[in-house]
Design a protein around this ligand. Structure first.
Ligand code: ADP
Ligand code: MG
Length: 396
């Protein structure tokens, strides 16, 4: 059994993770090299995504939460599990507060999780403690719970959450975990910007939206895959209706972007490639033409789409497999933002699977070589990919 599973059992008494997303999020946080964004509905078990890593890390995890009542709940729950967690808040008797501060100022504090409101974390009285923790490199993570409170688009905006941007800037090198159940895109963007998340890994519960139809086609069984793709695109774009629609085809390599765009155009649907091998000007032109509905189909590597918010995307095709289900949901989720029926399709091929599998393993080996050791969490990308493959083979 892995260390993570063991900790899940011994500290929290759970046999398994609630969901693949919960497990993936925990592992990503543990890895500690990226900021993490957890988007899951209430009750999905978001807290574990930072609590478990906090226990396994050396140092203290600072947890920001908006309400003293919520904080007290969590701290009581953790204390009952024998997890060293405390909170500093305005209601705390001063003796207790001194005791906590003394622990935090000691050479190796016992505390693992410190819960605090955004008001308190910004208050002058807490600064000496915070500075000393920072200076001694004792902060393992910054966890921001109910992160939608930073957004004025959210339903419970808390001005004090905006101060967390400053806090974040002071905690250079401390990975941040933001958690919320509120998913609208604008809110997500506000969170990423305000908390200064650096290209965070996003873990979201897959929400199959009702207007999206998903399917998987075995590419190798088709007499001419390009003709098949063309027919699909044509149908999805709806022929000659007044409403202009468009589509995205994702490919792994530059060459296949070029190839697919060329074939589609030849068959009768204008398509342009978008990848890092293009001159910046050409790449921008592909994107602006597509955004302006001048070119209906863009054939792109996954670098395309970040921040692209186009309502009338009628289809998203994956000509090559995505690396994980999480990325697949995110990429395919660019379809149908206007709520109209849209299609998401994977053209699956075992040969493609083997290639990507090889690339993923090579990347892991490269990291291990650089580091000089293996880690349990190195396997995460393989497991993520296997889940993606299982989805395709089952669907097919
Ligand atoms: P959220 O913050 O997403 O609303 P919580 O973190 O408060 O959810 O967790 C909701 C409930 O799920 C809690 O009672 C928690 O103990 C439970 N829970 C979390 N992870 C697991 C798991 N892996 N197995 C079983 N129960 C879990
Ligand atoms: Mg919660």
């Amino acid at each position: 059994m892995s260390a993570v599973h063991r900790a899940l059992q011994t500290h929290f008494g759970f046999d398994k993770f609630r969901s693949q997303q919960q497990e993936d999020a925990v592992k990503a946080v543990l890895k500690g090299d990226r900021d993490v964004f957890v988007l899951m509905p209430t009750g999905a078990g978001k807290s574990l995504c930072y609590q478990l890593p906090a226990l396994l890390a050396s140092g203290i995890t600072l947890v920001i939460s908006p309400l003293i009542a919520l904080i007290q709940d969590q701290v009581e729950h953790l204390k009952a599990l024998n997890v060293p967690a405390r909170s500093i808040n305005s209601k705390l008797p001063s003796a207790e507060r001194r005791e906590i501060l003394a622990d935090l100022e000691s050479e190796s504090p016992r505390l693992k999780l410190l819960y605090i409101t955004p008001e308190m974390v910004a208050s002058p009285s807490f600064q000496p403690c915070l500075n000393s923790l920072c200076a001694r490199g004792l902060l393992a993570y910054l966890a921001v719970d109910e992160a939608h409170c930073v957004s004025q688009w959210g339903h419970d905006f808390r001005p004090d959450y905006l101060k967390l941007g400053d806090l974040r800037s002071r905690l250079q090198g401390v990975p941040c975990v933001a958690l919320t159940a509120t998913a609208p895109k604008r809110v997500q963007e506000d969170i990423e910007r305000s908390l200064k998340l650096r290209s965070p890994l996003v873990f979201a519960t897959p929400v199959f939206r009702k207007n999206l139809k998903y399917d998987v086609i075995f590419r190798d069984l088709l007499p001419d895959p390009y003709v098949h793709l063309f027919a699909f695109a044509k149908e999805a774009l709806g022929g000659n209706t007044a409403e202009k629609g468009c589509g995205i085809v994702y490919c792994r390599t530059r060459e296949s972007c070029e190839e697919v765009a060329h074939k589609l155009t030849k068959l009768g649907i204008l398509a342009k490639p978008y990848h890092a091998g293009l001159k910046a000007g050409d790449r921008t032109e592909s994107q602006t033409d597509w955004m302006a509905d001048k070119v209906p189909v863009i054939v792109a590597t996954i670098s395309f789409g970040m921040g692209v918010d186009k309502a009338n995307v009628r289809f998203v095709v994956h000509w090559n497999l995505a690396k994980s289900l999480a990325s697949y949901y995110q990429e395919s989720g660019r379809a149908g933002r206007d709520g109209l029926p849209s299609s998401c399709r994977i053209y699956y091929s075992p040969k493609d699977r083997d290639q990507l599998n090889f690339l993923i393993r090579k990347e892991i080996a490269r990291k291990q070589e650089k580091r000089g050791s293996e880690k349990e969490q190195d396997k995460a990308p393989i497991l993520d990919f296997e889940a993606m493959v299982a989805f395709c083979e089952q669907e097919g």
